[in-house]
Design a protein around this ligand. Structure first.
Ligand code: ADP
Length: 518
């Protein structure tokens, strides 16, 4: 009996042990759970909390147990949580706001499940919380990123629209340009061509786009252009005339397109200058005819005056001689001007012919210098000639033209130098060229006017008052003469100090080499 009793007791004590360890086990599990869990009574009073719940709510277990869950939830949310749980038994993932003690509100998801006793009576419910803070943060970051992305997309779209508008504006401008335009890429393939260029060159855009400049030779109407732009587009800016027919002349300019220091292509601009050329030609023709018509009567006047001055038409008084001399000089000036004009028109029409022969340039220089000695003396200027090397090679010269060119330089040097000044002509050779310099101690040429010195009708502001006699054609003619001898002409000048004009004529081996036409 005792044995039986003791074995019953043993069983009971074992059972009690089991129960105690199960309770411990559940309690440990409850405490261990990283998820905040609490047990709530059917009227919403907190009965038990685990450490994770204490953590999230900021309340110690003794501060919250026995209190309503309204302590951590809004009143209406707390009420509906309890009501819904009791009705539905289970709630999964209801989003709510938890108000922890002394901390900012946080978003959580609530999970509930009712708890029944052994008789099936609801004794309360478990409430598990899932912290949504991180998820919400990520969500808002995601939303911000999304928003930023949308903004970027909008900006890109805006930029694309602006670029498109700019492009069509540029296209519109290019299309409506009065000049023809060809755009080549950096490998010299034609990338763009405007309607005006199509019209000027009588070709269709579709035929040319994508072709290289060298391929233009295939097109009859483009042969001249291909010749002019040299097959390959030149690197630097250059401008030339392209004569398509007698009365159809284009001015072709090539402009390199450069971005950030590298060449990205080139522009070829075609400007129709036919009208200007016709007007220019008519002007030259008119000047030529007028000058010719004037030359005959001026010659007649010259010879009549000369006869009178020589006494061939009877005695003249001193006073009459004075007047006749003045008239004679004026007439001479007019003849010089007419001759200059005729020379200019011939140069412009390409009719200024050269007959070169192998000559000793020193003789030409000395001849002109001698003819100016009297004039130099009158002006009280010393005019000297220096030959640096004993032997100067002969060069191909059109003697009459060379005389005229040199005369102009001497004439200027004397005209633009004050009394007591000096003009020195030097002849030298550098092996490849003979070099002549005309150095004066005159008024000089203003810095800002230097680049216009060789242009037609240019007269320096500093000389207009001192020497009214001058047409501004002398240096234009001189330059043409020197260039037509394949030579070079240049000058150095200091205002108030003096000027030196230089020209150089190449030394050639063959005597029969023809000179260029001006
Ligand atoms: P012109 O002497 O008839 O005016 P040119 O064509 O010979 O015309 O010369 C053009 C201009 O160049 C002159 O008007 C003058 O201003 C300037 N010039 C030419 N030679 C000299 C010089 N030796 N010294 C100063 N100025 C000069």
């Amino acid at each position: 009996m005792v044995a039986t009793e003791s074995s019953e007791e043993k069983k009971l004590s074992l059972l009690a042990d089991d129960l105690a360890s199960l309770e411990n086990y559940i309690h440990d599990l409850f405490s261990f759970s990283p998820l905040p869990i609490c047990f709530i009574s059917p009227i919403g009073v907190v009965l038990e909390v685990n450490p994770a719940f204490e953590n999230i709510s900021g309340f110690k277990s003794y501060e919250i147990i026995g209190e309503s869950i309204e302590k951590v939830f809004k009143k209406d949310e707390a009420e509906s949580l309890t009501k819904n749980t009791l009705e539905k038994r289970v709630i999964e993932g209801k989003e709510m706001t938890l108000s922890p003690k002394g901390k900012e509100k946080i978003f959580i998801q609530a999970f509930t499940r009712v708890r029944k006793d052994e008789k099936g009576k609801i004794v309360g419910y478990f409430l598990g919380l899932f912290d949504l803070t991180k998820i919400k943060e990520t969500e808002s970051e995601l939303r911000e990123a999304q928003l930023a992305l949308m903004n970027i997309l909008e900006d890109t779209e805006g930029a694309r629209k602006i670029a498109e508008e700019e492009r069509s504006k540029t296209q519109e401008i290019i299309n409506s340009l009065a000049d023809g335009l060809l755009v080549f890429d950096k490998t010299n393939y034609l990338a763009l061509m405007n309607p005006r260029a199509e019209k000027l060159l009588t070709v269709k855009r579709e035929e040319l786009i994508g072709q290289r400049a060298v391929d233009f030779f295939k097109f009859e109407s483009l042969k001249n252009l291909a010749d002019l732009i040299g097959g390959e587009i030149k690197e630097d800016l250059f401008r030339r005339e392209l004569k398509l027919t007698k009365n159809f002349i284009l001015e072709v300019s090539t402009v390199p397109l450069v971005a950030n220091g590298t060449r990205i292509g080139s522009l070829v601009i075609l400007h129709d200058v036919s009208r200007e050329k016709i007007v220019e030609r008519m002007k030259t023709e008119f000047v030529s005819i007028a000058a010719h018509q004037l030359r005959t009567p001026l010659s007649a006047i010259k010879w009549t005056l000369k006869m009178m001055l020589d006494g061939d038409l009877g005695e003249i008084s001193i006073e009459q001689r004075e007047f006749l001399n003045k008239t004679y000089r004026s007439n001479e000036r007019m003849i010089t001007l007419i001759n200059d004009l005729l020379n200019v028109t011939r140069i412009e029409e390409g009719r200024y012919l050269y007959r070169p022969i192998l000559s000793d340039i020193a003789l030409v220089l000395k001849f002109v210098i001698n003819s100016y000695q009297e004039e130099a003396k009158k002006r009280q200027i010393t005019l000297k000639f220096k030959q640096v090397k004993k032997i100067i090679p002969k060069v191909l010269l059109d003697i009459e033209k060379m005389k005229l060119a040199f005369q102009n330089l001497i004439d200027n040097a004397l005209k633009y130098t004050f009394a007591k000044g000096k003009v020195v002509v030097t002849l030298d050779s550098n092996g490849k060229e003979v070099v002549v310099s005309v150095k004066d101690s005159g008024v000089g040429i203003a810095e800002e006017q230097k680049k216009r010195v060789f242009t037609k009708f240019f007269r320096g502001t500093n000389v207009i008052k001192m020497e009214t006699d001058g047409s501004g054609l002398g240096l234009f003619i001189t330059k043409n003469i020197i260039v037509s001898h394949d030579g070079r002409i240049w000058f150095e000048s200091k205002p108030g100090k003096g000027t030196t004009f230089y020209f150089a004529i190449p030394i050639r081996n063959q005597t029969n080499k023809r000179l260029k036409k001006a």
